[in-house]
Design a protein around this ligand. Sequence first.
Ligand SMILES: Cc1ncc(C[n+]2csc(CCOP(=O)(O)OP(=O)(O)O)c2C)c(N)n1
Ligand SMILES: [Mg+2]
Length: 323
Amino acid sequence: MEKLEYLELYRQMVVIRRLEEKAAELYQQGKIGGFLHLYIGQEGVSTGLISARRPEDRVITAYRDHGVAINCGLSARSVMAELLGKSTGTSKGRGGSMHMADVTKNFYGGHAIVGAHLPLAAGLAIGDQYLETGGVTICMFGDGASNIGYFHEAVNLSKVWDLPVLWVCENNQYGMGTAVERASAVSSIQMKADGYGIPHSGVDGMDMMKVREASLDAMDYVRSGRGPYFLEVNTYRFRGHSMGDPERYRKQDEVHHWQENDPIAIFGKYLKSNKLSTNGDLVEIEQKADAEVQDAVEFAESSPEPGPETLFDDIYADETVAR
Ligand SMILES: Cc1ncc(C[n+]2csc(CCOP(=O)(O)OP(=O)(O)O)c2C)c(N)n1
Ligand SMILES: [Mg+2]
C-alpha cells in the first residue's frame, strides 16, 4: 500500500468511532428511534477486511452495520440521516440503524434477524458463480449467529457447491448477555467449518493490519475458485450489546483489559513506528473526521422525513428495473 492508503484506513476507523459516539448522544436525546448497536472496539475488523475487497466483491452483514457501511464507501451523511429516519438516508429513512444498504456499492446490508443473511450470502455467491463475474461475497456475522440453523444450512451448501463466499465470524465474545462458552459447544467458532470441510483460520481483530493480511490471503483462496473459506476474527465490543444494556454479564476489569488494546491506537502506533505518519498527520485526520461527522449531523437534522405519499414505494420491485 502507498502511504495515503494507510492514512485512508486510519481515517475510516476514526470516522466510524466518532460517528458512533455522536449517534450514542443523539440516541440519548431521543433523536434516534428503535435499536442502536454500536461497533465501537470492532472497527479494525471491517476496516481490515473490506480493505481487501475489489469493487466486484459483495459485502453483507448483520445489524452492527454502521462501520461496515462507512468502509464500503457510504457517506457519513447518508448513514447519519438513516439513523435519524430521514428521507436522505441510505434506505430512505425506512430502515434505521440495522438496515444500512447500498447495492450500487455492492453493500447488501444490514440484517436484523440473527443468521438470516447467511443464506442470502450463499445466494449472492451462486449468482456470481453462475454469471462468472469473478466476484466474492464477504459475509460477516457474530459468534451468536453460528449457533443458528441458518448458519449450518448456508455454510454446508456453500461447500457442496463450492461457492465464492468468505465467511467471517466476528467473535466479540458475547451474543447479547451470553458468553460464547455458555451458548456454543466449541468456543473456537472456526472449528465449526471443519464439519463442512471448509479451510479456516483465526486472527486478532484488534490489529487492523493483521485482519487485512488474513483477509487478503482468504480472498485469494476464494477467488482462485477453490470454494468457500472461513475466517474467525477475535474482537470485543467496548459498549453494551445495544443502547441501554446494563452490562451485568461482564466485569469492568475485562472491558478495561480489551480497551487497552484499542484498534485505533494500535494502528496509530503502527503508522508512527513504521514512519508512515507523524503525530500531526493523525491529529489532522481526527480533526477532519470530527468536522465530517458534525457536517453529517447537520445534514441529517435538516433533511426531511419520508413523506406519507411515499408509504407504498419500494414494496414491490419495479418490473422494468428488476429485469
Ligand atoms: C433469530 C433471532 N433470534 C434472536 C434474536 C435476538 N438477538 C438480537 S442480537 C442477538 C445476539 C447475537 O449475537 P452475535 O451473533 O454474537 O452478534 P453481536 O451482537 O455480538 O454482534 C440476539 C440473540 C434475533 N434478532 N434473531
Ligand atoms: Mg457476538
